[in-house]
Design a protein. Structure first.
Length: 139
């Protein structure tokens, strides 16, 4: 066997080994991908204020939730084929402007996914599945 063929064989085997390692790392990374954080009922209720103000008409102040919505779809918390233009039901802020609650439609009637945004840290705190009764009623 000539030296040229040995060099080509060596680089080909090196390429295959690197490709296999890359695929293993990619598989592990995809497997360990974080799921969206589900809030406990206590943590969710701690973000509620006596009076939550309806801010649905104020679209300019709403936090960018779409990366988190995609995580919820990947985790099958929201249906993958949902009309995104009608996804947001209502948005509410507490009177202290600490938290914003964004209610998203689900497939069931009166069942929503609430995304809780910490406005002080400008970060999503998590989500909470909710059967809407009167949590956001105006007092």
């Amino acid at each position: 066997m000539s030296i040229d063929k040995l060099i080509h064989l060596h680089f080909l085997s090196l390429y295959i080994i690197v490709l296999i390692i890359f695929m293993i790392v990619l598989y592990i990374k995809m497997k360990n991908k974080k799921a969206p954080k589900k809030l406990t009922e206590e943590k969710y209720k701690s973000t509620l204020n006596d009076k939550m103000v309806d801010t649905t008409s104020e679209e300019k102040s709403m936090f960018n939730i779409w990366p988190f919505v995609n995580q919820l779809k990947r985790a099958q918390i929201l249906p993958k084929k949902i009309n995104e233009s009608r996804l947001i039901f209502q948005t509410y802020k507490d009177t202290n402007n600490h938290f914003e609650h964004i209610l998203l439609h689900t497939e069931k009637e009166n069942h929503y996914v609430v995304i809780v945004v910490n406005l002080i840290k400008n970060k999503i705190k998590g989500y909470f599945p909710l059967e809407l009764k009167n949590e956001y009623s105006k007092k």
